[in-house]
Design a protein around this ligand. Sequence first.
Ligand code: ADE
Length: 225
Amino acid sequence: MRIDIITAIPELLTGPLDHSIISRAKKKGLAEIYIHNLRDYTFDKHHTIDDYPYSGGGGMVMMIEPIDLALADLKSKTGYDEIIYTSPDGEPFSQKLANRLSCLKNIIILCGHYKGVDQRVRDHLVTREISIGDYVLTGGELAAAVIVDAIVRLLPGAISDEESALTDSFQDNLLAPPLYTRPAEYKGWSVPEILLSGNDREIDNWKMEQSVERTRRLRPDLLQE
Ligand code: ADE
């Protein structure tokens, strides 16, 4: 899969996308991630990418031209399945959406900044808008990093233990069961007896019960879906 990210602050993305599973997926050739500086698509001395809103009021608006030029440049070399804009008023990101996006071949993520982009970008240039939650970040870069991380770890071969992506929280609308490792007892806090029993069927039943109980207690909304 190929992911191109267009941003005004590339430094915010290079670090988060260069470690652990993502870095391994890149080395294995499962994911190619390219970060493009929006300011490279400007012609003035200050590499301006924002301007005052016509409507007045506070905040700056990202201009359409650098974005259009950046997208046109990328699209002239590669075909893309989705052009995603990160914004707090986009469609809520979810495991389901991550699963769906991980099946695509090439995507672009455009990181929003300032108050947002000129509405014509949203109306004519992007194909999808995604929010990672009901709060406002300084820019879309951290949202893009979250989206890329959630997608790349799902690519076949990205996680060594194939099973582990399938048993993540949310994959079946249930939270994952609790985990324990050695020692079996620490400061008098013991691992549940059943996990030491060696009875695989009973352990599987226990895990399912725990998942359902945790979901009912912490995220009852997931059980309604
Ligand atoms: N940009 C600013 N806040 C955001 C959010 N919550 N999700 C996606 N992009 C954003």
